[in-house]
Design a protein around this ligand. Sequence first.
Ligand code: ADP
Ligand code: MG
Length: 318
Amino acid sequence: MNLRTFNALGKRGVLGINCRNSEYIMRSNPRSAFPLVDNKVLTKRLADKFDIPVPPVYHLIEHHGDIHKLEAKIAGKPDFVVKPARGAGGKGIILVADRQADNFVTPGGTILSKADLDFHISDILSGIYSLSGLDDTAIIEALLHPAPVFAQVTYAGVPDIRVVVYRGVPMMSMVRLPTRASDGKANLHRGAIAAGIEITSGKTLTAVYHSAVITHHPDTGNPVGNIQVPYWERMLLIAASAFDMTGLGYIGVDMVIDSERGPVLLELNARPGLAIQIANLDGLRRRLDLIEAAPAAIFATAETRVSWAMQTFGASRQ
Ligand SMILES: Nc1ncnc2c1ncn2[C@@H]1O[C@H](COP(=O)(O)OP(=O)(O)O)[C@@H](O)[C@H]1O
Ligand SMILES: [Mg+2]
């Protein structure tokens, strides 16, 4: 966050990292629930139980000796994703968007040989990308094909939508849009941009790029604001039910809108970042306070929480 943005937001109750950690994450998130979200295999199993769509798994690789089985599992599949079960921040994820003869092509046009891919999977199993540094599992899953809604403001990749949820109430949202620099991934420190999404309407606001507020996509030049996100209420419901799934009181819920499947849950995050505040030009603090002061009845179900949020969290710049 650059200083000027931070100062401009100061009056709006921007939440800082220490406060987020001590007051909200530690108080709201039981440690026992962390493994459920820190391991994407466990998150997928949990989501299945709650009928929440996730990217279909083609194969899980747990042992170095099993890497050779990959070829058969992806036979006939033109595209797929390789990711560490315990990774974060886009590290160790390879999106394979195309195959050329025996090679694999990423959305940014990087070409990988079969040996490159095997080597990468071997790195994943060794835990190089794992949050804990311990051995890890490689997930081979379907590549989602984003619905066209963000096509004008995405450079070759897969945008994801994050909703931050407090006590089961969707509180703030953003869409992360890949750029040339982020190689198809939507992680902000990889150079993706983030546009706020108004909870009330599901329409995008301005965006942030490397801590600066922007109104147009750096590669495509198209305006990022005022885009209506489809399936908005359904996405808020998925986000709200992530609280029921995990018991985590403070959680970031990441989804992709797939062109055939609609909203798909990508991952859950027990320590969501704070850049979402810049993307919305609004602080989290006021919204957290509103939720804490809300009448008990609004917490009854995911539906009541979503409906209250949609009435409460309107235009951030009022
Ligand atoms: N199955 C998938 N299909 C398409 N894109 C994906 C898929 N999985 C991940 N991505 C892209 O990679 C990014 C990072 O993936 P994610 O699962 O969120 O892992 P991380 O925990 O490392 O952020 C996503 O934001 C998305 O842009
Ligand atoms: Mg992610």
